[in-house]
Design a protein around this ligand. Structure first.
Ligand code: SAH
Length: 219
């Protein structure tokens, strides 16, 4: 591992191990998810000035009024997607941001596609992901409310920004047995898990959350 990846001081292995301990303390139990969280160096994805805070369990600013998601929320959403399954299969992420969650998804998925509406963020994500060995994430500049119809169906869909209602296009693009996890709401948001089965869709409402809004169009 090169020195930028290994980290020193506030980005060292020990600091990273403490983040995993905090995830356990907050209730993340799936060892596969914890291992994936431990494998991704979050400091690579945050601005250099904030790298000493990379392993705190908080969201951090990444520019363009967007944030890198809180590690607990990344772990929780992925745990919900993975529960009872071997892996995430073919995965779509909506809202790449700096690429952090895409890197975690890459540890657990057969294929990862991630879409982002802000072009410069995609460039940033591409640069960050190139530093992570063995990660294959395909990125696209598009409005993720429409999903990626040309590559559907997906076994797992994860949305990193809150929608007022569940985009019907994303439901359509779920494989049979597939799962979609997303924050729903405006000022008050909750995490929703939707599963597709032969009878249709079942929704489970999980905990209250706080995400940036899922916005229309691209910029
Ligand atoms: N996955 C990121 C989280 C980034 S924050 C991480 O690992 O930390 C959410 C991202 O969703 C922002 O970058 C925002 O620009 C993006 N976003 C919002 N609406 C979107 C849309 N309709 N399509 C694609 N991306 C969107």
């Amino acid at each position: 591992m090169n020195s930028a990846l290994a980290g020193i001081g506030m980005t060292s292995q020990r600091t990273r191990a403490r983040m995993i301990d905090r995830l356990r303390a907050k209730g993340i139990v799936n060892e596969t998810v914890l291992a994936a969280m431990a494998a991704v160096p979050r400091h690579v994805f945050v601005e250099e000035a904030l790298s000493s805070r990379a392993y705190e369990d908080t969201a951090l600013p990444l520019g363009f009024s967007q944030t890198i998601s809180q590690p607990y929320i990344v772990a929780r959403m992925i745990e919900v997607l993975l529960s009872g399954r071997e892996g995430l299969g073919k995965t779509l992420e909506v809202g790449t941001g700096c690429g952090y969650q895409a890197a975690v998804l890459g540890q657990l998925s057969r294929e990862v596609y991630s879409v982002e509406r802000i072009q410069p963020l995609l460039g940033l994500a591409r640069k960050n992901l190139a530093l992570i060995p063995g990660i294959q994430v395909r990125l696209k500049h598009t409005d993720g409310r429409m999903g990626l119809p040309e590559l559907a169906p997906f076994d797992s869909i994860i949305v990193a920004a809150a929608a007022g209602r569940v985009p019907p296009e994303l439901l359509q693009q779920l494989a049979m047995g597939g799962r979609l996890v997303l924050p729903v709401g405006g000022n008050e948001q909750y995490l929703s898990l939707i599963e597709r089965n032969s009878q249709g869709f079942t929704e489970s409402r999980l905990e209250a959350v706080r995400f940036v809004p899922l916005l229309p169009g691209v910029e």
